[in-house]
Design a binder for this molecule. Structure first.
Ligand code: ATP
Ligand code: MG
Length: 592
């Protein structure tokens, strides 16, 4: 048989290639040869790890011309809510993973699953167990010891059928009894020691209301959901590898004596995405929210999809990152720097440039009036995006009073400081070259004003013509700036990594017994600048791309990438979140 080349194909693609070659799921072109799905439980917000699962499943369906499904595994009414369903649907849509048909829900299959469970009881393959939860737990044994059979294991099917029907009708308290599969209490695979199929939960379900008093366990339901929907390649993370024999057992049990067997989806396990400096456990994320360490699930520091979106990450950058991390069977972590680089690369191509001064200090151009009237405003042309000519240009106002970044001035600068200092000359981007001749300090020693002259021959920031000896003057530093009179005030949130260590899940070797991941929270993960100064073009949208999600993103020259936060009121107060910094060359010099 002719096999497609395995070069550069990940192991899942290789499996699918082989399935297509063997005709396992039918003939290519009928649309069902590759059906994948994303099956979230609506009990929390999605995070970057889920993004990986979404992009992987969607990407495979797209690549092979198949179907990608979105299905909620809504089998636990106690922890699930409509709020989570809504946020998950929004996140998957935002990522651009278009699902085939309607959003699906496991709860739509409750009737069918119940019918199959009844059949299993009739076939002697399931029984109602009235032991206490504690007895059931100890009866399962351990990895080293076999379990013991429940005293109810061999009760007549008629008894189990009667009790199961009454469990469903709501006659019993939570925990009074369960339905268990009759497999093997001595199996070396703990998952096969008569696993629970149904438990009693007397709670309203967000979709089925009070219809049900019993709910299927994940392990019973999951493979059946896949089978019902015709999922061919059921892709999940490694921890489900030893559940696979159970999923197969359930489908075989249903098929026993059936003329039309239901299909076995093929489960394929891959290693979870675990980026550094991030926690992805739902429990820990919930703790961060509940204990107020962050403002909510969509806090821009959270590794949730909604948090990343709010921080300015683009769907494209997340897809590129998840693809770059590959598909493997080996557990490992991935440098979060790859994610940050992905958004840098993407925004570098598409984000319009603007000037913003985060820590303003005033510059007065003392010879401004000599070359025209004192209060004159000039409008200089500025390029919106040097990577994209079609983004055009804008006008930035230049006046005799400007703001520059406080750290761009030093009273006594070292040689390698190519910015402003007494006697030094710099270029103001798109403005003029200016030279500092004086500065003013307050009683506390803070510089309050920097006095400079400008060279009218450097308009637009261009080099002046050669002098009499034919020499052209040079400057090394280019600063960003904003006209004081025209500046727009904004709050800027400097977002940084939420944790200070690469693996916030792992206690250090010498950690005290009560160590927690909260001990390595970064106290500097969000610095709020109440009053940054922005160029006025920020109030217009001309020259900006149409962002599919409506979130306006920018490169603030020399500072990084920023987006307008959802909390902003364009008429009252603009709020920006820093998505990611640019590289800081000065920081490198300092380190030397
Ligand atoms: P839990 O089941 O404990 O509530 P979960 O993270 O597994 O948490 P689900 O809603 O069950 O949440 O996950 C949906 C899908 O996302 C599953 O198929 C799961 O394998 C996948 N997934 C979850 N975390 C990651 C991760 N870090 N990397 C890749 N895929 C993941
Ligand atoms: Mg799960």
């Amino acid at each position: 048989m002719d096999m497609p080349s395995a070069t550069n194909r990940n192991f899942i693609e290789q499996i699918i290639d082989a399935d297509i070659a063997s005709g396992k799921w039918g003939q290519p072109g009928d649309g069902s040869v590759v059906t994948t799905r994303f099956p979230p439980e609506p009990n929390g917000y999605l995070h970057i790890g889920h993004a990986k699962a979404i992009c992987l499943n969607f990407g495979l369906a797209e690549q092979f011309g198949g179907r990608f499904l979105l299905r909620f595994d809504d089998t636990n009414p106690a922890k699930e809510e409509q709020e989570f369903v809504d946020s998950i649907v929004g996140d998957v849509r935002w990522l651009g993973a278009a699902w085939a048909g309607e959003v699906r829900f496991a709860s739509n299959y409750f009737d069918r699953m119940f019918g199959w469970a009844v059949e299993l009881i009739e076939k002697g393959l399931a029984y109602v167990d009235q032991q206490t939860p504690e007895q059931i737990r100890t009866g399962r044994g351990s990895v080293t010891e076999p379990g013991v059979n429940s005293p109810y294991r061999d009760r007549p099917a008629s008894e189990s059928l009667d009790l199961f029907a009454r469990m469903k009708a709501g006659e019993f308290e939570d925990g009074a009894m369960v339905l268990r599969a009759k497999i093997d209490m001595a199996s070396p695979n703990m998952n096969l020691r008569d696993p629970v199929m149904y438990r009693i939960v007397n709670a309203a379900h967000h979709r089925t209301g009070d219809t049900w008093h019993i709910y299927p366990m994940y392990d019973w339901a999951h493979g059946l959901e896949d089978s019902i929907e015709g999922v061919t390649h059921s892709i999940c993370t490694l921890e489900f590898e030893n559940h696979r024999p159970l999923y197969d057992w359930f489908i075989d049990a249903i098929n026993e004596g059936r003329s039309e067997p239901i299909r076995h989806p093929q489960q394929i396990e891959f290693a979870r995405l675990e980026p550094t400096y991030i926690v992805t456990s739902k429990r820990k994320l919930k703790q961060l929210v509940d204990d107020g360490h962050v403002s909510g699930w969509d806090d821009p520091r959270m590794p949730t999809i909604s948090g990343l979106r709010r921080r300015g990450f683009t769907p494209e950058s997340i897809r590129i990152f998840t693809e770059a991390t590959g598909v493997t069977k080996y557990k490992g972590t991935h440098d979060v720097g790859l994610l940050e680089n992905a958004v840098r690369d993407h925004l570098n191509k598409v984000a319009p440039r603007r000037m913003a001064v985060l820590d303003p200090v005033k510059v007065v151009i003392t010879n401004w009036a000599e070359f025209g009237q004192a209060g004159r405003t000039e409008y200089h042309e500025a390029v919106n995006n040097p990577e994209d000519e079609s983004a055009g240009t804008r006008k930035v106002p230049f006046t005799g009073e400007l703001y520059i970044e406080r750290e761009d001035f030093m009273e006594d600068p070292p040689k390698k400081f190519f910015r402003l200092g007494p006697g030094r000359e710099v270029r103001l981007r798109y403005g003029y070259w200016i030279r500092c001749h004086d500065y003013v300090k307050d009683d506390a020693g803070n510089v309050t004003e920097i006095r400079c002259t400008f060279d009218p021959q450097t308009k637009g920031g261009n080099s002046p013509p050669p002098d009499a000896e034919g020499k052209v003057r040079k400057v090394k530093g280019t600063l960003h700036w904003v006209s004081a009179e025209h500046a727009v005030d904004a709050e800027v949130r400097l977002i940084d990594r939420l944790f200070t260590v690469e693996q916030p899940n792992r206690a250090p070797k010498d950690a005290p017994a009560d160590w927690s991941f909260l001990d390595v929270l970064n106290p500097d993960s969000m610095r709020v600048i109440a009053s940054a100064k922005l160029e006025p073009a920020i109030l217009e949208t001309a020259g900006e791309p149409t962002w599919r999600d409506g979130i306006r993103r920018f490169q603030f020259e020399r500072l990084g990438y920023f987006c307008i936060d959802a909390d902003s009121d364009p008429n009252e107060k603009l709020i920006f979140n820093r998505t990611v910094t640019l590289k800081d060359r000065w920081a490198k010099v300092k380190r030397k």
